[in-house]
Ligand binder design. Structure first.
Ligand code: GTB
Length: 217
């Protein structure tokens, strides 16, 4: 069955891989499933055809036969459930990998998004200089906790899983901020994720869109 995802026709990051289709591409590459990509403009995302797939008018979406999904957490979880390679077979290890997926999206990503908002949308506000250090401190607090847990392990819970895919995807957003430099084990963790052949293929596929050579994954 053909898998089709949606991605920005023109990503605001110019192909740095920070838009959320990258994590879905990465998951599909990890499980070895080919996929097609439908590129959508900002205007098309808010039109009825796309809103029928994504109630909030965003990318990415995922279509496979008569199944249509939105939300990267749900999409990556579905890919992990349906295809081997992202979730451990052992029931308890699988449940823990899912905990890490939720932790990435629900506990680690929110302060990182808050930081992005503070920098991108609030820098012209008179209170921005006071608020930014507070937001950065909240990100650092989470990074410290995550760093303590990871220790010198390669991945969060044994072998690489969908939990790591999601956590690395979330942490990648911090690269330009330099905040990861304070946590060498997290920098190494992110680098290990980026070094995975599946991630590289996903990254190159999304970059090709920015370079005007979009194609299927
Ligand atoms: N919770 C949803 C999920 O995980 O699927 C969030 C989806 C989402 O935020 N989609 C964004 C979108 O469609 C693109 S990824 N935005 C358009 C809109 O809301 O109108 C967020 C994103 C965009 C750009 C960059 N960047 O340029 O660095 C990084 C991340």
């Amino acid at each position: 069955m053909t898998i089709t995802i949606t991605a920005f026709e023109r990503s605001p990051d110019g192909g740095k891989g920070l838009a959320r289709d990258t994590r879905v591409r990465w998951a599909l590459e990890e499980v070895g499933k080919p996929y097609e990509v439908r590129l959508v403009s900002f205007r098309a995302m808010k039109e009825p055809a796309h809103l029928a797939l994504h109630p909030f008018g965003q990318i990415p979406t995922y279509e496979e036969g008569d199944l249509a999904l939105f939300e990267t957490g749900a999409i990556v979880f579905h890919i992990g459930e349906r295809y081997a390679g992202l979730l451990p077979a052992d029931a308890n290890a699988r449940a823990r990998a899912i905990s890490w997926m939720f932790a990435a999206l629900n506990t680690v990503e929110p302060p990182i998004l808050e930081l992005a908002t503070a920098k991108l949308l609030e820098s012209d506000k008179h209170w921005s200089k006071e608020r930014l250090p507070l937001v950065e401190a909240r990100v650092r607090d989470r990074l410290k906790q995550l760093s303590d847990r990871l220790g010198d392990a390669d991945w969060l819970d044994g072998g690489f899983s969908a939990g790591d895919l999601m956590m690395v995807s979330v942490l990648l957003r911090l690269k330009p901020s330099g905040l990861l430099h304070g946590f060498p084990n997290l920098s190494g963790y992110v680098a290990r994720g980026e070094a995975r052949p599946a991630y590289k293929r996903a990254f190159e596929a999304q970059a090709a869109v920015a370079n005007g050579q979009p194609g299927a994954g």
